[in-house]
Design a protein around this ligand. Structure first.
Ligand code: PMP
Length: 428
């Protein structure tokens, strides 16, 4: 979709085809990692010309880099509609953000989480002393999700509680009823952590309006490079916990007898930080916040509907969803082709059509297994494999149409035989 101010790097890249020749790459894998914005690349390029140590350097470039690094927190907090006293901790990605939060949970916290979550949101709470995890089955409707959370929180052992929920599913693209879930959580004295890895690039939202306490996100899905993410939210639990990593930068005083640590954010950011990553993430947040996000969401929606409708018209193709048309979605469509191995279909899409999708269980094995089982699909090797196409700023109508035409031709020719497996991947 054309979005002024949000031009991406690498649009119109050419990729080789197995039969010879080149074609424009149809990147339909934005849900995994999105291309960088041009403004992000230009800002990082400029930063690298002044690259120097942060926080402890006395030189001019150190001061500039420190100001840019510290100044990167505010645009990120504003982007998610954070409260003025919310902490912004730089992390590596959403996975890191949730592991940090898990590390900071007070003793006797009950964590409530649906099995439909990405492993990054599902697993960090497990096997921690004093933390009680309640894993809820996939609900059939948003209303059922709300009552399941209410019941789990009402019947929990005494103590603090945290509901962890995704803003938008990385498997189905479905937007979860976060406001309603946060309201019941609040009424039961629980906090809410929002997995915004998928939601943040595609829909504006606000911590305050949703009524959540923490937000985790990843730069590489948000049109910035890998290696930058953030945990944004209430500082108190983070202040009371020991540092996530121990070392320079987090320490206040070190003597033979005692070590004391700084308050957040430094407390949980020991070691030399990823300054280009933080600045890149803040630049992407700033650019998105300044753009016409409603217009962008509408054009992504149109592409998604074209994609979903095109796939649904193909005999043998199943598009998977949990809530059906009860909720809206972001531009993620997961499907299977009857009788065809998803990994082979994905390999053919790449080799024969220059289309990038993802296949597998998308780091959400319990959910994908549940979806494929419910649709009566073959659950290969006990895990389940599907194909995911996801749109974003690098997507065009031509890419979507090419995918639909390619899936149609693959579906009509029956199972492929002339692929060999190299390093565990089917290859033509
Ligand atoms: N949550 C969701 C919903 C995701 O889509 C992803 C990435 N696939 C993650 C968490 C984990 O993100 P990361 O790999 O950047 O830590």
């Amino acid at each position: 979709p054309h979005a002024p101010g949000l031009e991406i790097v690498g649009a119109h890249a050419q990729v080789p085809l197995a039969g010879g020749g080149f074609v424009e790459y149809a990147n339909l894998d934005h849900g995994a990692s999105a291309p960088a914005l041009r403004v992000v690349r230009d800002t990082v390029d400029a930063l690298l010309e002044r690259y120097a140590s942060v926080h402890r350097g006395a030189g001019w470039h150190s001061k500039v880099c420190t100001a840019l690094y510290e100044g990167a927190r505010r645009p990120i907090r504003d982007f998610v509609g954070g409260r003025s006293d919310d902490a912004v901790i730089f992390t590596k990605h959403t996975t890191d953000s949730f592991n940090l939060l898990a590390h900071c949970l007070p003793a006797r916290t009950t964590v409530v989480v649906f099995e439909t979550e990405h492993h990054a949101a599902l697993l960090p709470w497990e096997d921690r002393d004093g933390i009680n995890v309640v894993r809820l089955a996939a609900p059939a409707s948003p209303g059922e999700a709300v009552s399941a959370v209410d019941h789990a929180l009402r019947t929990r052992p005494a103590g603090p509680a945290l509901l962890v929920v995704t803003g938008a599913s990385n498997v189905t693209g479905e937007i979860w009823p976060v406001t309603a879930l946060a309201a019941v959580a609040r009424a039961r004295g629980a906090r809410v952590a929002l997995d915004a890895a998928q939601l943040a690039p595609h829909r504006p939202f606000s911590i305050r309006e949703l009524g959540v306490d923490y937000v985790a996100l990843s730069g590489h899905k948000l049109y910035a490079p890998y290696g930058s993410g953030a945990l944004i939210g209430r500082a108190d639990w983070l202040e009371l916990a020991p540092p996530y990593l121990v070392g320079g930068g987090a320490t206040a005083t070190v003597t033979d007898e005692e070590t004391t640590f700084k308050p957040v954010p430094d407390r949980h950011e020991a070691g030399s930080p990823n300054v280009p990553g933080a600045v890149a993430l803040a630049t992407a947040c700033h650019a998105l916040a300044a753009a016409d996000r409603e217009g962008l969401a509408a054009s992504e929606q149109a592409l998604t509907e074209r994609l979903r409708d095109g796939l649904l018209d193909i005999p043998g193709v199943t598009v998977h969803s949990l809530f059906g048309d009860q909720v809206q979605t972001i531009g993620v469509v997961t499907f299977t082709v009857a009788g065809q191995n998803s990994a082979v279909v994905a390999a053919a899409l790449s080799a024969e059509h220059g289309i990038g999708v993802r296949d597998g269980a998308f780091c959400a094995q319990p959910f994908v297994r549940r979806l494929l089982g419910a649709a009566g699909c073959d659950v290969q090797d006990g895990t389940g494999h599907a194909i995911r196409a996801s749109v974003g700023l690098g997507s065009t109508t031509e890419h979507v149409d090419r995918l639909v035409d390619a899936v149609e031709s693959i579906a009509s020719r029956g199972p492929r035989r002339r692929y060999v497996v190299v390093d565990g991947r089917p290859t033509p």
